[in-house]
Design a binder for this molecule. Structure first.
Ligand SMILES: C[S@@+](CC[C@H](N)C(=O)[O-])C[C@H]1O[C@@H](n2cnc3c(N)ncnc32)[C@H](O)[C@@H]1O
Length: 263
């Protein structure tokens, strides 16, 4: 079975978002996951919904004009810059991912964006200085003005032995007061048996994962001295749901999420 699996976190996630008809026959891992957890496409959709609503909130209500989106994944319109620039044409975004395939897709998308407003950087969240010190980041983001840091369903792929906590702290420490942290993290809290099986399928495909509990996810906010905005840390589909993006069930989310302000 392993020989047929597609060991790429971004592409697997993209398969769930594109729906059943989009699966190539050789995409055995995505297929296996959907058999174990038929609601996994809803997980991905709720995750994108949270990301969109959080950026609408930050750009539209808080007035944030700078976004650092780490673990951006394959482009999915509306992307962060499209939402942010619908409020302010001068909103700036740096997209980061460690996957060269994701980076080339993001760069292709950037052809249509105004010069200097959106940058794409190949970087790894476990090496924060390579992101903070990169020329793309430095010329695009002003670290004296509030920045929104997005880590949306990325640390699932950063097990504890890769030290995600000091990495996140290092980045948040660099952000000025008034900055915000948009964080979403997969959990096994609602479907432990199925999530354990999904982890096994991913591992077989060469993708290491680590789900985290509610308390472990919450700690990323508290240990960095951040103030969660309403409604606090909830499942993605319970974060400011709308009529068109309503709350369904916690299993269909499977992801803890929140937006917090740096005082
Ligand atoms: C599930 S996708 C999430 C995409 C997007 N943030 C969203 O929520 O729609 C996870 C992404 O994180 C990226 N990723 C995983 N580990 C990473 C790391 N150590 N540094 C940077 N990106 C990483 C993967 O390549 C993938 O594109």
């Amino acid at each position: 079975m392993t020989a047929h699996l597609d060991g790429n976190a971004a592409r697997l996630y993209n398969r769930y978002l594109e729906g059943k008809d989009a699966h190539p026959v050789d995409d055995a891992a995505a297929q296996a996951v959907m058999e174990v957890a038929p609601w996994v496409q809803r997980v991905a959709q709720h995750n994108r919904g949270f990301l969109r609503r959080s950026v609408h909130y930050l750009a539209g209500e808080v007035g944030i004009r700078q976004f650092l989106d780490i673990g951006v994944g394959m482009p999915q319109s509306p992307n962060v810059h499209e939402i942010a620039q619908s409020y302010a044409a001068d909103a700036r975004v740096v997209y980061v991912d460690h996957d060269p395939d994701v980076i080339s897709h993001c760069r292709a998308m950037m052809d249509s964006t105004p010069e200097g407003m959106v940058e794409v950087l190949e970087g790894d969240v476990t090496r924060p200085q390579s992101i903070l010190g990169a020329a793309e980041t430095q010329r695009t983001l002003d670290f004296t003005e509030p920045i929104a840091l997005l880590l949306v369903t990325v640390l699932l792929f950063v097990p504890d032995d890769q030290h995600p906590r000091p990495a996140v702290k290092r980045i948040i420490d660099e952000l000025p007061s008034g900055s915000h942290f948009v964080f979403a993290h997969a959990t096994a809290d609602f479907a432990p048996t199925e999530v354990a099986e999904i982890a096994r399928i991913y591992a077989e495909a060469g993708v290491r994962t680590q789900v985290r509990t509610e308390a472990e996810v919450q700690q990323f906010f508290t240990e960095n001295g951040l103030e969660l905005v309403e409604p606090g840390m909830v499942t993605t589909n319970a974060w400011r749901p709308t009529e068109s993006e309503p709350f369904t069930t916690r299993i269909e989310s499977g992801v803890w999420a929140g937006v917090a302000r740096k005082p």
